[in-house]
Design a protein around this ligand. Structure first.
Ligand code: SAH
Length: 206
C-alpha cells in the first residue's frame, strides 16, 4: 500500500509514510473485509459511512504539515483509521463523530489497541470543539458545502485546516492556513466524501 499507492503517487512526507506503515488498517474494517483492507479504495463501515481510501488519508495528513507536538481536531471519526494515523504524528488528537454507534466502537478499539492520546467525542463536529480550541490542525473527513468560519476561528495562528468543499457528490480538497495577516486557501486534489451533516454543514441526509 505505502509503496504502490502512496509513494508512487507523490506522497513525500516520511513521517506520514511511516505512520501509515505502522497503523494496521485491517483492524479498522469489518472482519469480512480484512483481506481487502489495504486495497486502493474506500470501504463501507456500516451506518452508510466509509473508511477513506489510503491515498486520500495520506494526502490530507500531509497537508496538515504535522511535526509531532501538535494538538489536532478530526471531524468525522468513522472507522477511526485516520485518527490512529494522526495520533502517531501529533501529540494530542480529538476526534468528533455524530453517529454514536461509530464513536463507541472506535472508543473501544482505541482502548484495546493502546492509542491513549486520542479522545473520541460524540457530537456535531461542524461546531468544532470550543472547549479544546485552539488547534494546530483541523481535518474534516466529510464533505462540506463551504469552509465553516467557526473552524478557522478555532485554529491557532499558523494552523492548518484540511477540508473537502463542494457539492454533496464531488468536492475539492482545501488547505486553509491561518496567518497573522489573515486566511489563505490552497486547492489540492478532487475527491468524493460522504456529506458533513450538521449546523455548519449540510442540513440533513436526504
Ligand atoms: N475519517 C474516517 C472516515 C470518515 S467518513 C476514517 O478514517 O474512517 C465520514 C464520517 O463523518 C462519518 O462517520 C460521518 O458519520 C461523520 N460525520 C458527518 N457529519 C459529521 C459531523 N457534523 N460531525 C461529526 N462527524 C460527522
Amino acid at each position: 500500500m505505502v509503496e504502490h499507492q502512496l509513494k508512487a503517487r507523490g506522497i513525500k512526507d516520511e513521517r506520514v509514510l511511516a505512520a501509515m506503515e505502522t497503523v494496521q488498517r485491517h483492524l479498522f474494517v469489518d472482519e469480512r473485509l480484512r483481506d481487502r483492507a489495504y486495497d486502493d479504495c474506500a470501504h463501507s463501515i456500516g451506518e452508510g459511512q466509509t473508511i477513506s481510501q489510503p491515498y486520500m488519508v495520506a494526502v490530507m495528513t500531509e497537508l496538515l504539515e504535522l511535526k509531532g507536538d501538535e494538538k489536532v481536531l478530526e471531524i468525522g471519526t468513522g472507522s477511526g483509521y485516520q485518527g490512529a494515523v494522526l495520533s502517531i504524528l501529533a501529540s494530542e488528537v480529538f476526534t468528533v463523530e455524530r453517529l454514536r454507534p461509530l464513536a463507541l466502537k472506535v472508543q473501544v478499539l482505541y482502548r484495546e489497541l493502546g492509542y491513549s492520546n486520542i479522545h473520541v467525542i460524540t457530537g456535531d463536529g461542524t461546531l468544532g470543539l470550543p472547549g479544546q480550541a485552539p488547534f494546530d490542525g483541523i481535518i474534516v473527513t466529510a464533505a462540506a458545502p463551504r469552509v465553516p468560519d467557526v473552524l478557522t476561528d478555532q485554529l491557532k495562528t499558523g494552523g492548518r485546516l484540511v477540508i473537502p468543499v463542494g457539492s454533496r457528490y464531488s468536492q475539492v480538497l482545501y488547505q486553509v492556513k491561518k496567518t497573522a495577516s489573515g486566511i489563505s486557501t490552497a486547492l489540492s486534489t478532487g475527491c468524493v466524501f460522504v456529506p458533513l451533516i450538521g449546523k455548519n454543514g449540510w442540513q440533513d441526509n436526504s
